[in-house]
Design a protein around this ligand. Structure first.
Ligand SMILES: Cc1cc2nc3c(=O)[nH]c(=O)nc-3n(C[C@H](O)[C@H](O)[C@H](O)COP(=O)(O)OP(=O)(O)OC[C@H]3O[C@@H](n4cnc5c(N)ncnc54)[C@H](O)[C@@H]3O)c2cc1C
Length: 298
């Protein structure tokens, strides 16, 4: 099927022949017939890494394979999304060891981009928690790789942006949690130096991230709102997903000018409270933008 595709940044757009095999055997056949295609997960990369004149969409290669509730070892096909994984494992007391800022990302895409999360300073990248993965090479051959088996190919594939082959399944080690809540602390930093200092002073925080006002000038250059987090020890284990609004059409770019952005940033800065402690649900802490559907149209 030919359709117009792009990354999450909506640019560049291109016509592409999109293949969507429904089984691993068909996927293997498609790769064998034409090794010049590239794998495409949810297309959540901002740029053009999953764009080509021929793409192989993994959305139907998305089955659960194995989940050990005692050890947290989890195996699934590569087209499964992080959200689908969380729906199953969170109620059982497990979470992703590393997660990007969107749950609408596939397991294969997370490995191929070797994504990082808010715990990068402690846990490293996603690839560090992959125990093994199965890959279809351009020849159609299926290879198992891990830190002990076909090691070079394993390391080249974690962060390989789909260029070593198509990942068809992977086993990862999950992180145990006691609650689906996060103890969050918000801190305001008056400029970029203060933000860096605050990060240094809180380097033992499990999760840390900052919103940075890139339009502020002078003494306020880079003023930031830091958010630190740690898994709460108590509370329910449930997944709380709310997607209440969706952006219906592409917003005219003239609306996003320095005046409107400065106004937004100023409002966000003043709305945030310094040294505020809250216990909040895990989903809005990790995936705030997932609450607005198709927000890339903004
Ligand atoms: C709101 C938002 C927040 C984000 N936050 C973060 C963040 O905090 N940290 C971070 O690191 N990234 C972040 N990202 C980027 C995103 O996590 C990565 O781009 C991720 O790779 C997207 O996964 P995908 O399934 O959409 O892959 P795609 O965008 O479809 O593909 C990405 C790359 O992976 C390859 N690929 C996909 N599936 C396979 C497969 N089965 N086998 C081999 N190669 C494959 C593609 O060829 C391509 O090179 C964010 C993106 C968004 C939209």
């Amino acid at each position: 099927m030919t359709k117009t595709i792009s990354g999450w940044g909506n640019y560049p757009q291109q016509e592409s022949q999109c293949m969507t095999p429904s089984t691993t055997a068909l996927l293997r056949k498609a790769v064998n017939l034409d090794g010049s295609l590239i794998a495409r997960g949810m297309g959540r990369s901002y740029g053009d890494s999953a764009n080509a004149s021929k793409v192989l969409q993994t959305m139907c290669i998305d089955h659960f394979i194995e989940f050990d509730n005692v050890t947290g070892k989890f195996t699934a096909e590569a087209g499964i999304t992080l959200l689908e994984i969380l729906r199953v494992v969170m109620p059982k007391g497990w979470f992703l060891p590393v997660t990007p800022g969107s749950s609408y990302v596939t397991l294969g895409g997370a490995i191929a981009s070797d994504v990082h999360g808010k715990n990068h300073h402690i846990a490293g990248t996603f690839g560090q928690h992959v125990k093994s993965l199965n890959l279809v090479l351009g020849t159609g051959e299926i290879i198992t790789t891990s830190k002990n088996e076909n090691t070079d190919l394993f390391h080249a594939t974690c962060g390989g942006m789909g260029l070593t082959g198509v990942i068809i399944s992977a086993t990862i080690q999950l992180l145990p949690i006691r609650s689906s809540f996060i103890n969050k602390k918000t801190m305001k930093a008056e400029c970029i130096e203060a933000a860096c200092e605050a990060f240094d002073n809180n380097s033992n925080a499990t999760y840390s991230v900052a919103w940075i006002d890139c339009l502020s000038k002078g003494k306020s250059l880079g003023r930031s709102v830091l958010m630190l987090g740690a898994h709460a020890e108590q509370g329910q284990l449930e997944i709380d997903i709310k997607q209440t609004v969706s952006v219906p059409f592409a917003t005219p770019s003239a609306l996003l000018n320095s005046l409107t952005m400065k106004a937004f940033n100023t409002a966000y800065w003043h709305k945030s409270k310094h040294n505020q402690n809250q216990t909040i649900s895990l989903m809005p802490f990790f995936y705030p933008l997932d609450a607005v559907g198709k927000w890339n149209k903004l």
